[in-house]
Design a protein. Structure first.
Lengths: 206, 193
């Protein structure tokens, strides 16, 4: 009985950690390239987040299932091929069903292949843990990544277009800050978000 | 010739891979602490990126396109890059131990540098011919090195400043990158397209 409770606590911990304590974007600074590039609007952030969750979930599943069979010398190459396969699936799915989103995400959808979050979770977690725990870890990290993208996308969309998810948020006399949509704005907003995160962490610790 | 020079200038200054396409941000934030390491990383990336775009171009046009295997694009490209990095590493270790000493530790990291795969994908979507792809790969690497070196130079100076706790480390680096991107926007009128 005690064992079951203990494993439940462990599972919860592995799931929660990606959402806040080890947040992939704001704490570990992983997967920066899509995080900065596609977050010109909140909806792009969500679609990218969903694509990453899908790839992360299934790559972790496959890696944790076949972890004993992979020869350690070529493991990174094997992980990359597994990830690239699932990315191809997502890419073709988006192209067929949501051509508009596929165009907005551009080359950043195929670039999920080299997203360090996914390779990082496969190498650091899924290759060492059981299937169920790996899946929870993947879901937690994926959801953490998605809320990070959503937050970044929302801030940039509100300041840069004066709208959120396409709905007008600002009074008509608001003059949109074009810089927020440009690359420079992405770096600045993320820089300040990381700073806010550091500040909050310091306050929690004290 | 003219379009090759235009590709070079546009890729290095106007549409810098790091500051306008956000490719290779991980090493940009990770190894920009010291000028010396930044230089090593920049050279390694330039080398691999030039080779990767050339070989990917050949494989894309002579294998994938001819046999209708375009859905394998991503898998093949990433395999090309990973094996290329491995071969380059072995080659340099054998023939130039001193170069290996300075580049060695960065080579494995390059496989997951999204700038390399990104350059290969851009080369396909922009329909470059072979020579243009080689120049594009080379200038992409030079652009990456340039920004990495500027960043390392700034960060070496910033180390002496008294920075508020919350902004230490990554936060400040990102804000500096934002300001750099603003500066590079000044080049955007350089080429009228």
């Amino acid at each position: 009985m005690a064992e079951i409770i203990e494993s439940k606590i462990k599972m919860k911990k592995e799931f929660i950690k990606g959402l806040w304590k080890e947040h992939p974007i704001l704490r570990q600074l992983l997967g920066m390239c899509p995080a900065l590039a596609v977050t010109t609007s909140a909806i792009n952030g969500i679609s990218m987040g969903l694509a990453v969750i899908f790839v992360l979930f299934f790559s972790s599943l496959v890696v944790s299932l076949i972890k004993k069979v992979i020869p350690p010398q070529v493991r990174i190459a094997v992980y990359t091929v597994i990830i690239a396969t699932f990315v191809t699936v997502v890419d073709i799915f988006f192209k067929a069903n949501f051509p508009q989103i596929s165009r907005a995400l551009g080359p950043y959808l195929p670039l999920i292949v080299v997203n360090c979050i996914i390779l990082g979770r496969c190498e650091a977690f899924a290759s060492k843990n059981s299937v169920l725990v790996s899946l929870l870890d993947a879901l937690g990290m994926g959801l953490g990544f998605m809320w990070g993208l959503f937050l970044l996308g929302s801030i940039r969309e509100i300041l840069g277009f004066g709208s959120l998810l396409g709905v007008k948020m600002m009074p008509p006399e608001y003059n949109p800050l074009i810089i927020m949509i440009l690359p420079a704005g992405a770096f600045l907003v993320l820089g300040f978000l990381v700073a806010v995160m550091n500040r909050l962490e310091l306050r929690i610790k004290n | 010739m003219k379009n090759l020079i235009l590709i070079f200038i546009s890729t290095v200054l106007v549409n810098n891979l790091v500051l306008t396409y956000f490719l290779g941000i991980c090493p940009f934030l990770g190894v920009s602490g010291k000028l010396e390491t930044a230089f090593g990383m920049g050279m390694a990336v330039t080398f691999v990126m030039t080779l990767a775009t050339s070989i990917s171009w050949l494989i894309y046009h002579f294998l994938l396109e001819r046999f209708g295997l375009l859905f394998l694009e991503y898998v093949i490209f990433i395999l090309v890059i990973a094996s290329l990095v491995q071969i380059v590493e072995m080659f340099i270790r054998k023939f130039s131990p001193s170069l290996y000493q300075s580049l060695g530790i960065y080579l494995p990291l390059i496989t997951t540098n999204c700038a390399i795969l990104g350059a290969a994908l851009f080369m396909v979507t922009r329909n470059y011919d072979f020579l243009e792809s080689v120049v594009f790969g080379f200038s992409g690497g030079i652009g990456f090195s340039l920004v990495l070196l500027i960043m390392a130079g700034i960060r070496e100076e910033v180390n002496y400043a008294d920075i508020p706790y919350a902004f230490r480390g990554a936060a400040l680096t990102l804000i500096i990158a934002g300001l750099l991107a603003l500066v590079f926007m000044g080049f955007s009128g350089l080429i009228s397209s």
